[in-house]
Design a protein around this ligand. Sequence first.
Ligand SMILES: [Fe+2]
Length: 391
Amino acid sequence: MRRNSICCLVFSVALIAAFFTGQAQVPDNENFYVTHGPYLQNAGTTGVTVVWTTNRPAIPGVKVTAPDGSSFFVRNSTDGIVNGGSLVHKVRIDGLDPGSKYKYSISSVQVLKYQAYRVYYGDTLNRKAEDFTTYPFKKDNISFLVVNDIHDNAAKLSSCLRNGFPLEKDLVFFNGDMVDFLQDPEQLFKGFIDSAVYYFASAKPFYYVRGNHETRGYLARELKGYFDYPGDRFYYSFDYGTVHFTVLDCGEDKPDNNRYYYGLADYDSYRSEQLRWLKEEVESENWRKARFRIVFIHMPVIREEKQGYGMKYLSENFGPLLDKAGADLMISAHTHRNAFLEKGKSGFSYPVIVNSNNTFLEVFAGEDDIMAALRDVNGKQISEYVVKARK
Ligand SMILES: [Fe+2]
């Protein structure tokens, strides 16, 4: 059992509230079933989080089978109470061995009635087993895909994924603006999660970098409930193979007092808090010792004459820090135009690849260099960029 964060608890309470108020929306004669997923999140050398949803409230669990055939069953709990009773299910699995192939199958026990002194259970759904491999401690060559600015166009995403062969890659990044705004959970599923599950996400995790559009609409407040982030933050770092990945959250593009935010934006203080974290991050041993340091951020951190408020803030505050700390490559999105800004031309000592809304990146990182192929939605290569390792 594992304790989740306070945010998860708040989210669970909200969903339990939805359970009591929203049940009538499901017709009585509808069977109990899994509506979306499972998809993997927050993976590492010893753990992974499995997420899925059901059409009726349930108690979730996951059966894990190790390479030697032994198996165990995982349920999570928060403050002594087993997680469950909602429609969205997140189960964290820890204590796995690095670089090992496991099987997992999700289990959902329907909750018919949840009372103080009596809980009535309905059907139990056990789904077929899926494969998942924990990250290895060491790997000389890795590969990953990058897609961004899909703006709910699941057909376009499907085309990128069909031609990007995500199951053959180590990682997949969705670099922001995957949806236009967030008002209803179905936007997340129809917009991109269902396509991701169809092509790879039950077997490989994806990293969902927050773009400025993911901050818009009421559901933006509950975004973390559908995913799992290291440290429960949208900015974090992790290591895989020869690369230290630093993922940043650009925030909104306009000043906090813009009238379209209706007094609900507080990105200046959020970005300063993130900057404090970034100062510690670039001093960390993992950053300093990494063969390559790749920074993911939805809005590019570059120097340009005319910049909107958000990009200017990033350029003035995040740029010099990453420059001095020796970032090797930044991978960005947002502008809907492809660009490769070499060292210096970005205004900083690191090169920046900006992927458009009509292309995807296939990246290979080894010991000596990083090679990024820019491909159109049909998989046709448009250009290729190479970043050599620091001397
Ligand atoms: Fe954007």
